[in-house]
Design a protein around this ligand. Structure first.
Ligand SMILES: Nc1ncnc2c1ncn2[C@@H]1O[C@H](COP(=O)(O)OP(=O)(O)O)[C@@H](O)[C@H]1O
Ligand SMILES: [Mg+2]
Length: 378
């Protein structure tokens, strides 16, 4: 069911007082640039970031759902200055650089926007397994909000970490992600389906009326499901020719496999999580929430078996992940700059460090066994 956008919404937004409405806009941003990030808008005035989570919304008008949560006072809009001054990038390290769908040159504008822009409308995103919301921001840009929630395997901090890791490696396939807190009531009010509403009431991690989550920049073109044929790894084992069905995407798929191995993402192949930006367009690495789970880190679980099937990679991607650097520590430090207070637990960082070592060993073994046969054309 759709509710009409109230008249004079723009004026109401200027005072940040609004009820969420169903997003009636197009699925993809129409201001599409070359990447997932579109033109920056005027940034809000900088203010000192607080130590705790940033949330910029004034709670909506009273509603049934409003009674369930303590109403949070509206926190000030804050610019994430620490993150903006040290945006994740390869720096002096090799970059996996490959023409990806995301333009990191727009990261600063998106980081500011996602952290501070007023939220004009909130709509239930539907479809996926986790509870996610589509947001329209007051400047017209769009975002997805993936809140902290009870669903095992939905780790909003992993969404944030995936953005940082993507940029530290120079991949350019993950849309900008910034942590932010939004009023629980505004999210609850966006849901009309009673079943979903009861999930929202039970599963969102509400604290002082707010839910922290991952604000994810909306991709600039429609996303198309682009799962490779089953058994796609077989012809990338280093033996024999590459299957024609995956040849054009071989580099992207093995980049994705390296990325998912590092993040320990266990939900890439369940359907709907391998997506291209437009039909036949570049792969985006989207839905990275089933990753960096402390429970798996504690028992040192990894995707080693899946990785062991692959011995064909892009040389630049391998250079990026095997560069002499403590990638785990860099990622932990980078994520700690996020304004929501997101942190990677020490056990998660240690397990990531172990995976980086295991990945280096695997790549060295591939080189021993296949020599230059491991390299894919770029
Ligand atoms: N940043 C984004 N830009 C465009 N569409 C998105 C974005 N994030 C999510 N979506 C859409 O929402 C769907 C569900 O999001 P996803 O992160 O996969 O959630 P779930 O964990 O529920 O599977 C995606 O398959 C995609 O169609
Ligand atoms: Mg998904």
């Amino acid at each position: 069911m759709r509710r009409a956008l109230p008249a004079l919404l723009a004026a109401a937004l200027a005072t940040a007082c609004r009820r969420p409405t169903v997003d009636a806009g197009p699925r993809a941003e129409t201001s599409a640039g070359s990447g997932a990030t579109s033109a920056p808008s005027t940034a809000p005035p900088p203010v000192e970031p607080p130590a705790a989570a940033a949330a910029a919304e004034v709670p909506p008008a009273p509603s049934a759902s409003a009674q369930r949560h303590a109403r949070a006072p509206a926190p000030p809009v804050v610019l994430p200055r620490a993150l903006l001054s040290t945006l994740p990038s390869p720096g002096a390290h090799p970059s996996a650089g490959f023409t990806g769908p995301v333009d990191p040159a727009l990261d600063a504008a998106w980081v500011s926007r996602l952290a501070t822009a007023k939220v004009a409308t909130i709509a239930w995103n539907g479809g996926g397994v986790s509870l996610t919301f589509k947001l329209k921001l007051a400047d017209g840009h769009r975002a997805v909000f993936k809140p902290a929630q009870a669903l095992p395997g939905s780790n909003h901090v992993a969404e944030i970490a995936a953005f940082h890791l993507d940029r530290l490696l120079g991949l350019g396939r993950v849309a900008v992600v910034v942590g932010r807190a939004l009023p629980a009531d505004a999210l609850a009010d966006a849901v009309t389906d009673p079943k979903v509403a009861s999930r929202v009431a039970r599963e969102l991690a509400v604290r002082d009326g707010l839910v922290t989550g991952a604000m994810i920049a909306w991709h600039a073109a429609p996303l198309t499901s682009d799962d490779p044929p089953r058994g796609w790894r077989a012809s990338l084992s280093g033996e024999g020719p590459i299957d024609d069905a995956i040849r054009a995407r071989a580099g992207e798929l093995t980049d994705l496999a390296l990325f998912d191995f590092l993040l320990d993402n266990t939900d890439r192949w369940s359907g709907g999580n391998v997506l291209s930006l437009g039909k036949g367009g570049p792969l985006v690495f989207l839905d990275n929430a089933s990753a960096l789970l402390p429970s798996r880190a504690r028992r040192r679980a990894s995707l080693a078996r899946e990785l062991s099937q692959l011995c064909r990679f892009r040389r630049r991607a391998v250079d990026a992940v095997t560069a002499p650097r403590d990638l785990a520590d860099e990622l932990a430090r980078s994520v700690a700059l996020d304004p929501s207070g997101a942190r990677l637990e020490p056990v998660v960082v240690d397990a990531l460090r172990a995976r980086v070592a295991a990945l280096r060993e695997h790549l060295a073994r591939c080189r021993r066994e296949h020599g230059d046969g491991v390299w894919l054309d770029e």
